[in-house]
Design a protein around this ligand. Sequence first.
Ligand code: GLC
Length: 447
Amino acid sequence: MNMKKLILLFLCCTQFGFAQDSQEKSERMAWFEDAKLGIFVHWGYYAVNGITESWSLYHKQISYADYMEQGKEFTASNYNPEAWAKLFKEVGADYAVLTTKHHDGVALWDTNLSKLNVAEKTPAGRDLVDPFVKASRKNNLKVGLYYSLPDWSHPDYEVVFPRPDTGKNYTQKNQKTWPAWERFVSFYKNQVKELQEKYNPDLFWFDGDWEHSSEEWRTKSLKDSLLSRNPNIIVNSRLNQHGDYSTPEQGVPVVRPEGPWEFCMTMNDNWGYFPSDTNYKPTSQIIRTFAEVIGSGGNLLLNISPKPDGTIPGEQELRLKELGNWITKNKQAVHGTVAGLPYGHFYGPTTISKDHKKIYLFMLQDPKNYISLKGIQNKVKSIRVLGSGEQLDFVRNGGAAWNNIPGILRIGLPSKTSINGYITVLEVELEGELQLYRGHGNAVELN
Ligand code: GLC
């Protein structure tokens, strides 16, 4: 074979490889992109004193010894993962992500690789991950396991706060001859392997990758081994360049992120149970954020922070239920939809049905005079209010259809009884698949 043919063959193979990779990825990501809502659960020692999860160590707000003392009151005595899963499902979530180990290094399962786990160190005295996984699966929720790459308790992991030698907590081979970092990488990879072999999660939610480079973490080989054990596994972005979707946090994106993404957010200002933090977002803000996120093609991963006994704080349960009620009334606009219209067509978030024959308009304000939808080329069959079913009048105005300039749709106002206390959603049913006008406007050349 001459050089030219060889090069051609190489190009074909690599391109085929890329196409296969992206097809393989979109198949893996399918459930995730349909999910829209996930529940994040930050549960750990920090709930006992009601302090910042792990970071209170980093910022030296508490000594290492006192932080670990919290374990003595981490009881899980009212832990009811079945009730959690039922509640999450009722709210409309399709997946849940549990912190199996935060930066503090405390494992929520009975890991064989470290004694720092709730089965050994707390009155809970058992593996808390297993029942979560089982209850989630039983209630048709995909299972996500959060795992912090940094482990601020591991004797081989450098930390910025004073820490007594915790080496005795760990069983390690060749302690003396093996360099610390190699030992650590092997430890964390084995813990991840253990999690995967025990629970076979659908998603790994890694965190803290910023503390080391991709080469140091060996993220490529970690990702390969995750996929070799489960070809359908999904991994969030915090695996230094080897994640499958991005994870903006706390500040809702202003510009639509590219590719699959998930926005994680707390209900108050803390991830863990923090009773003195009463700065709860009103339900209206949570619902609005949810609408904005799904309208831009993302998922909302909404956080809850169980108490040390495993109960969900009332303020959080209430917000979950209120979000759930709203989703139930407006489910057509949420499930079975994709990211909405680009900016400029409607003042507010929108979603589009998967068959591209319906547009959902999320009205953040009560409309005045009329509702306007711009740049839709299709004929419109009907417009109705979700929840009440009320049909709305509409008229096309302006534009020049014969010149492909659609003008606006002027939609009549819903009656007061149709207005939702949070966001009223309109369903616009089109003739055929959505065709958008994205022009700058131009002269009508034929009248
Ligand atoms: C952050 C924090 C962590 C929190 C997480 C949730 O980066 O380090 O405490 O668990 O993100 O997204």
